[in-house]
Design a protein around this ligand. Sequence first.
Ligand code: GTP
Ligand code: MN
Ligand code: MN
Ligand code: MN
Ligand code: MN
Ligand code: MN
Length: 200
Amino acid sequence: MASGQLSRSEALACLGCKHACHMMLYSATKSQLFGRIPIRHIVLMQMRFDGLLGFPGGFVNLQKETLETGLSRELWEELGVAIPISVEDHVVSCLAPALFSSTSSSCLITHLYVKRMEEEQILEVERAAASTAKDHGHEVLGMIRVPLYTIKGEGGLASFLSHSFIGNARSQLVESLLRFKLVTPDELKSALTHSMEINT
Ligand code: GTP
Ligand code: MN
Ligand code: MN
Ligand code: MN
Ligand code: MN
Ligand code: MN
């Protein structure tokens, strides 16, 4: 495993740490951009209240809930849909550097879950998140789809990756796109190279 990465059980053994769980929801799609560029997969992220991009989810209180029931509660608040989550949906846990706070020296462990859905279920999530979800317009400014294609060399995924992300959400996205084969290694390498040029 890469540095900072933990298994689920190693992570749960860190009793003094705060824990946060986030979810990458995705589906396959046959739809095309401009009727000719295959979109291939819909991957959901969100624009957070702080202007950063991240995945839906949040802090879990292990005194009161499990990682999975806590994530399910957060998804209900932020997306307005009940999504069943199992231990098998867990992909990776990561130890983040100590929080920069004068009152708290505790560390944060972030857990990423990934779930493949049907396209119709993704559409339902988008509808609920923009209407009935409790946190809509407050903690969550809107759900967004990640462009996985490239247009004109650096438009699409490269431009998307050049935005600002919360915590390690950007590397969670990049690693998951590879792990679940939503982009090829070559496409990803090209997008990462261009994304770094965009901000310089
Ligand atoms: P409150 O209800 O306001 O406490 O927010 P929340 O419970 O929804 O928590 P939030 O989603 O902000 O996540 C908690 C912490 O996890 C954040 O302060 C970030 O440090 C981190 N975080 C947030 N989103 C992501 C993400 O997508 N990936 C990773 N790795 N970390 C995240
Ligand atoms: Mn939340
Ligand atoms: Mn919360
Ligand atoms: Mn959240
Ligand atoms: Mn928060
Ligand atoms: Mn909240």
